[in-house]
Design a protein around this ligand. Structure first.
Ligand code: NIG
Ligand code: FE
Length: 417
């Protein structure tokens, strides 16, 4: 069978190959091929390998020369707060003066200041801002993301955020998986009435489900935000309605969100900078993915998650950017990967598993994306480098040369097609 496209002269093709969740020592295993090709048909991977490819070529086949460079599966950013209005550079001075993140929030700033601008913003403006970020991500080799709501904190604005994500998913190149995060904070109009706000979030779950606006439900389980009992309550209701669940767990204070993720069979527990050893062991014994966000530690000047212990205990790790206007104002997943090496002390192979197949697994899309495998989507990146190690070592720049989404060349020589 002939292919629509053959990428050849691939100096190094590196891909996960273990069935996810890829845990513990397995995280250091990847498949590496040299002088390889990838044949693509109808947007899917038809074949790949080091062998003979001429049987896939006919007169119509497009040939793309990888110039001996490194080819990877498209990167997956599995925790972002993409859709929001405004920015928070006015809080940067406070942050630099040492005012804690949770104190800024308690004083009506932080998440609540983004809630104010997001409520006031039109759908068109939200779309335009997110579209700009998606373009940045695509140039950085990201072909799928997860995007959370959580800056509305009322039904109208949460729905607005999720509808913007759905709309963007239809007309730009990055696939977007949506998560409802109504329990991101208690809005000002419910100040002192957190339980009533929780009731309203639970009620709104049904509307989000009926409208088909989100696959996952998430919560900010944190000291003075939502406690373990609040989180258990909301997420249990979400599960009854058929949602899968995620938790912002043990980000700043060790509350036990990691253990709760295991109890609720969440798809991921995210952050985990302050998680207890006991909860790391629980996560290791489960299929909950520990989704680490080192850019947030960097930006908040906080401790980094103990990735080495997690891997030693047998956890499956993902890495994502946490792109948001407060604790991680950067779309750059490659920078998160570089922090994964430098700060989390993860190997390049562990990091690749973390930003591809394990990310796909906890977003429940690992049958379609996350590795270079026959039948999966041809979401591929060509890096301007000859090996995976170089990507982690040469930090702070964009290494991506070309990006293919569903077998279509969408970025060529760092420029949009
Ligand atoms: O993942 N921690 C809660 N949510 C985001 C921050 C959101 C914000 O500050 O706007 C996070 O870090
Ligand atoms: Fe987050």
């Amino acid at each position: 069978m002939s292919a629509d496209l053959v990428i050849l002269n691939i100096g190094s093709l590196v891909t996960p190959y273990i069935v996810p969740p890829v845990k513990g020592e397995d995280m250091n295993k990847v498949k590496s091929l040299s002088n390889a090709f990838i044949a693509i048909k109808d947007g899917l991977i038809l074949d790949f390998g080091e062998g003979e490819y001429s049987k896939y070529i006919n007169k119509k086949t497009i040939i793309h020369d990888a110039d001996g460079k490194l080819v990877l599966p498209g990167l997956i950013d599995s925790h972002t707060h993409l859709i929001h209005a405004g920015s928070r550079e006015h809080e940067f001075a406070l942050k630099m003066a040492g005012v804690p993140y949770l104190e800024i929030l308690a004083n009506g700033g932080g998440i609540l200041s983004t809630v104010k601008s997001t409520r006031e913003s039109s759908k068109k403006d939200l779309c335009n801002k997110a579209y700009y970020s998606l373009n940045e991500m695509l140039k950085l080799g990201v072909t799928t993301i997860e995007a959370k709501s959580g800056y509305g904190l009322n039904l109208e604005t949460e729905v607005k955020q999720l509808e913007v994500a759905k709309e963007l998913d239809t007309y730009q190149n990055i696939d977007i998986i949506s998560t409802y995060l109504g329990a991101h904070a208690t809005p000002l109009e419910y100040k002192g009435r957190k339980d009533e706000y929780i009731e309203s979030v639970i009620k709104d779950l049904e509307v989000i489900k009926e409208k088909g606006l989100a696959k996952f439900v998430d919560i900010f389980c944190e000291d003075s935000v939502f406690n373990l009992e609040d989180s258990r309550r909301i997420l249990s209701e979400a599960k009854k309605l058929g949602f899968e669940v995620k938790i912002h767990a043990d980000e700043i204070v060790s509350l036990g969100g990691g253990g709760l993720a295991v109890e609720l069979d969440a798809s991921s527990a995210d952050h985990l900078m302050a998680v207890s050893v006991e909860d790391i062991k629980k996560i290791a014994g489960s299929n909950v993915v520990a989704n680490l966000l080192p850019s947030t530690s960097f930006y908040l000047n906080k401790d980094y998650a103990n990735a080495r212990l997690m891997i030693k205990e047998g956890c499956a790790l993902a890495i994502s950017s946490d792109y948001n206007p407060g604790s991680s104002p950067s779309e750059n997943l490659q920078f998160s990967m570089q922090l994964g090496a430098n700060k989390l002390k993860m190997s390049p192979s562990e990091i690749l598993n973390a930003v591809t197949i394990n990310a796909a697994y906890h977003l429940r899309i690992d049958k379609e994306v996350g590795s270079i495998e026959i039948g999966k989507k041809a979401d591929l990146v060509i890096m301007d480098s000859f090996n995976l190690e170089y990507i982690m070592y040469h930090y702070g720049i964009n290494h991506v040369k070309d990006v293919f989404k569903n077998g279509q060349l969408v970025v060529h020589n760092k420029q949009f097609i």
